[in-house]
Design a protein around this ligand. Sequence first.
Ligand code: NDP
Ligand code: OXD
Length: 309
Amino acid sequence: MAIVIIRQDGKSEEWRESLQKAAPGINIYVHGNEFPKEEVIMALVWKHPVGSLSNYPRLQLVNSMGAGVDFILDDPDLPPQVAVCRVVDPLLAEDMSEFVLSLVLGHIKNLNTYHGDHRRRWWQPLPYRRIKETKVGIMGLGALGATVARDLKDLGFAVSGWSRTKKNLPGITTYEGPGGFQEFLGGVSVLVCLLPLTPETQGILNTELFYALPQGTYLINVARGGHLQEDDLLQAIDNGQISGASLDVFEREPLPVNHAFWDNENILITPHVASVTDIDSVASLLLENYRRLKAGQDLRFEVSLSRGY
Ligand code: NDP
Ligand code: OXD
């Protein structure tokens, strides 16, 4: 029995070495190399090539090497009998929280605008906003969203959150389901998307949502590019309904060089780096799932295939 690592970013060998060091007795292979394919029962994947999973006739578990599983569930060659798991890791949540906090603070203190002014040698003081005057709305209160919400609240931000099912998070005003959505948006001056990408959340950042927000709300999308209707955002920024956006994720990554987002001064682009899985931090979780799979035990952080997350 064995594990295969499938990713296309050149980091497979680094992952294999770290995992192998943590578990010398387990056969861990890298997709694309020569090895007996029928040994593989678990695949560790990150944006794997479509079709690659069908090389493994005895595959039982596909474990995302990140928090999201949208790219796995979208794979038409995902064998129907396999379980799908994902990474939930305190360090991943901490990193996300620090990233979102940087973006929110940068926005309320006008840092992106000053960066542009600097390039033009413009000296133009702007009014700034204080933490205690800022309400941040978090879409998605899961492993990442709940941590971000808690940390922002602890710093003195007013925080509201929206999820599918009811939550009880101290100091955070929570709303749930489609019925709670409009109320959740009320009074928000920064909106953060931390939803998983599912058929229900695809395209949720759209004109209808933008105009349900207070005028001048700032958008932060650190979830998936598929949540955002890109033309709707450009229009809402042009009209002043949305004051600007920080975007870390895109429909097409890398963002094509001729994309309109690059030229928009109110959009801050980062290359999908909000929170990156740390090998050492998740090695034990991934190896534990392999052992559980072999022992026929419940897997950790298995996703619901019907719900899509
Ligand atoms: P979780 O599955 O732990 O949390 C998802 C949250 O979204 C839950 O609170 C869930 O509600 C809520 N949700 C799901 N569907 C709906 C819906 N239809 N309506 C309202 N709420 C909904 O995910 P994580 O927090 O671990 O990760 C979130 C996403 O962040 C990942 O899927 C990934 O795409 C992205 N990500 C991005 C990274 C980056 O670097 N940019 C890094 C890591 C992750 P409920 O709690 O009720 O189930
Ligand atoms: C993830 C990501 O899903 O990095 O973990 O986007």
